[in-house]
Design a protein around this ligand. Structure first.
Ligand SMILES: [Zn+2]
Ligand SMILES: [Zn+2]
Length: 409
C-alpha cells in the first residue's frame, strides 16, 4: 500500500495542470478530478498542486480501521506531506500557498479469492463497464487484458487536512522583522548619541541615564509588538482548532441515529466520501445531471470556486426520517479559493449540506456512478452521463445504495 500512496501523490502533482492519467485512482476519483480541471480551464486558469516530503509523518501509515463487506475491503492511509498550490492567469501567479498537510487516502482492494468475477468494473483502457472475469480475459470492447493487480487496489477518495507542524515556521518572518527593527532602532540611537556628543554637548549623568532608558524601550518595543502579534495569532489558531474539535461530539449522535436503522457509520470513510461528492457537485457545470445530486442550480458564487480545502471537520446537525429515507443536515468546514476577473481570494467557508439515504438498504461499498447497475434490467452503464438506464429506460435511485446530496448552501 505504501507504493500506491506514493504513486497517488506523485500523480496528483500533475493531475490538474496536465493530462497525465491517474492510474492509482478509481473512475469516480478520476471523474471528480476531471470536473475540477474543467472548472479551472474554463475560467482560463492554470492550477498546480505539488507534494513533497514534509510534515510530522511523511512516510505515512495504514490506519487500523478497515471497512469490509466480505468481497472488498477499504483501508485508510494517513501521512503528511508538504503541499504547494499555485494558481495562474495569463502566465501570472495570482495566488499561491504552501503548507504542511495530512493526506488521508482511502484505498479499496479485493479480498483474496473472493468471488467477484461477475462484478462490474470500468475498463481502465476504454472506460466501458464490463465484468471483471471478462476484463481479465480481454475487454469485450477494446480487447485489453488486465491482471487483477491492475484493477485493485485503487484510491477511491482523498483529502487534505492541515498539519500544524509548520505553524511555528509561519511566525519566523515576524521574528526576523522584530530583530531587524530592534537592530535598526539601536543603531539609530547610537548614531544620534555620538552626533550629539560630537557637536560639543556635555552629557550630564541624568541625560545619559534618561537616554539609556529611552534606548532600552525603543529597542524592546518591536519585540514586544511582535510577541503580541505572535500570541494573538496563536490564540486565534487555537480557538479555530477547538471549534473544529467540538464538532466531533456530533459524530456519536449521527452514529447512534444510523445504528437504529442498521446502517454502519465509519467517521473517516463517511467524511471523505461526503467531501468528494460535495466537491464534485460544486465543480460540475451542470450539477443537476449528476446522479448523486437532487438539488437545484447552485448560486453564482460557487461557480467561481476553483479549489476546496477540507478543514477536517463535519458537524452533524440533525437526522430525521421520512418513510424509509433518512435525511441528514451537516456542516462541512472548508477553506475555498475562488477567482473572479483575474483576482483570487481565499476564505473560510462552511457548506450546509442536506443528504439522504434509503435506510432499508445497506450501504454498498463498491457503489460507483461510473459503473451503475440497473435494477430493472441488470445492465451496467456510466451513470455520470445518463440519468436513465440507456437499455430499458428506467430511472434509477442512487439513494438505495449510497448517500445523495439534496442541497448545498
Ligand atoms: Zn476496454
Ligand atoms: Zn435498465
Amino acid at each position: 500500500m505504501a507504493t500506491i500512496r506514493d504513486q497517488f501523490l506523485s500523480e496528483m502533482c500533475d493531475a490538474l495542470s496536465t493530462d497525465r492519467k491517474l492510474n492509482s485512482c478509481d473512475r469516480d476519483m478520476q471523474f471528480f478530478i476531471e470536473m475540477q480541471k474543467k472548472r479551472v480551464r474554463d475560467k482560463g486558469l492554470w492550477l498546480d498542486y505539488d507534494f513533497t516530503r514534509g510534515g510530522t509523518d511523511s512516510r505515512g501509515k495504514e490506519m487500523p480501521n478497515v471497512w469490509e463487506d466480505g468481497y472488498y475491503f477499504a483501508k485508510m492511509w494517513m501521512g503528511s506531506a508538504s503541499y504547494r498550490l499555485v494558481l495562474k492567469k495569463d502566465g501570472k501567479v495570482i495566488y499561491k500557498k504552501r503548507k504542511n498537510v495530512n493526506v488521508p487516502i482511502i484505498v479499496m482492494d479485493a479480498i483474496k479469492g473472493a468471488p467477484i468475477g461477475d462484478d462490474i468494473y470500468v475498463c481502465p483502457n476504454c472506460a466501458h463497464p464490463a465484468k471483471i472475469k471478462d476484463l481479465t480475459q480481454g475487454c469485450p470492447y477494446c480487447d485489453t487484458k488486465f491482471k487483477m493487480d491492475e484493477l485493485y487496489p485503487k484510491v477511491t477518495n482523498f483529502n487534505m487536512v492541515r498539519d500544524y507542524s509548520d505553524v511555528l515556521w509561519d511566525l519566523v518572518p515576524w521574528l526576523i522583522f522584530g530583530i531587524l527593527a530592534g537592530v535598526v532602532a539601536a543603531v539609530t540611537l547610537v548614531v544620534v548619541m555620538v552626533c550629539w556628543l560630537a557637536s560639543g554637548h556635555q552629557a550630564s549623568d541624568m541625560a545619559v541615564a534618561m537616554f539609556i532608558s529611552a534606548a532600552r524601550l525603543v529597542v524592546a518595543l518591536p519585540f514586544i509588538i511582535v510577541f503580541g502579534v505572535f500570541m494573538v495569532g496563536f490564540a486565534v489558531e487555537m480557538i479555530k482548532t477547538v471549534i473544529l474539535l467540538v464538532t466531533f461530539s456530533s459524530h456519536k449522535y449521527f452514529e447512534m441515529e444510523m445504528k437504529k436503522y442498521g446502517q454502519e457509520y465509519m467517521s473517516h470513510f463517511f467524511m471523505s466520501k461526503l467531501v468528494s461528492k460535495l466537491k464534485t457537485v460544486i465543480f460540475c457545470d451542470e450539477p443537476g445531471e449528476l446522479p448523486f445530486y437532487t438539488g437545484g442550480p447552485l448560486p453564482a458564487e460557487m461557480k467561481d470556486i476553483v479549489d476546496i480545502f477540507f478543514r477536517g471537520a463535519v458537524d452533524y446537525k440533525k437526522v430525521f426520517l421520512e418513510g424509509n429515507i433518512a435525511h441528514v443536515d451537516a456542516d462541512v468546514y472548508t477553506e475555498i479559493v475562488s477567482e473572479k476577473n483575474g483576482r483570487a481570494k481565499k476564505r473560510e467557508r462552511i457548506f450546509h449540506v442536506r443528504m439522504m439515504k434509503n435506510v432499508d438498504r445497506p450501504l454498498k461499498m463498491t457503489f460507483s456512478v461510473t459503473k451503475f447497475m440497473c435494477e430493472g434490467c441488470g445492465a451496467s452503464f456510466d451513470a455520470t452521463k445518463n440519468k436513465h438506464c440507456p437499455f430499458c429506460g428506467s430511472e434509477y435511485k442512487v439513494e438505495n445504495e449510497d448517500w445523495v446530496i439534496e442541497s448545498i448552501a
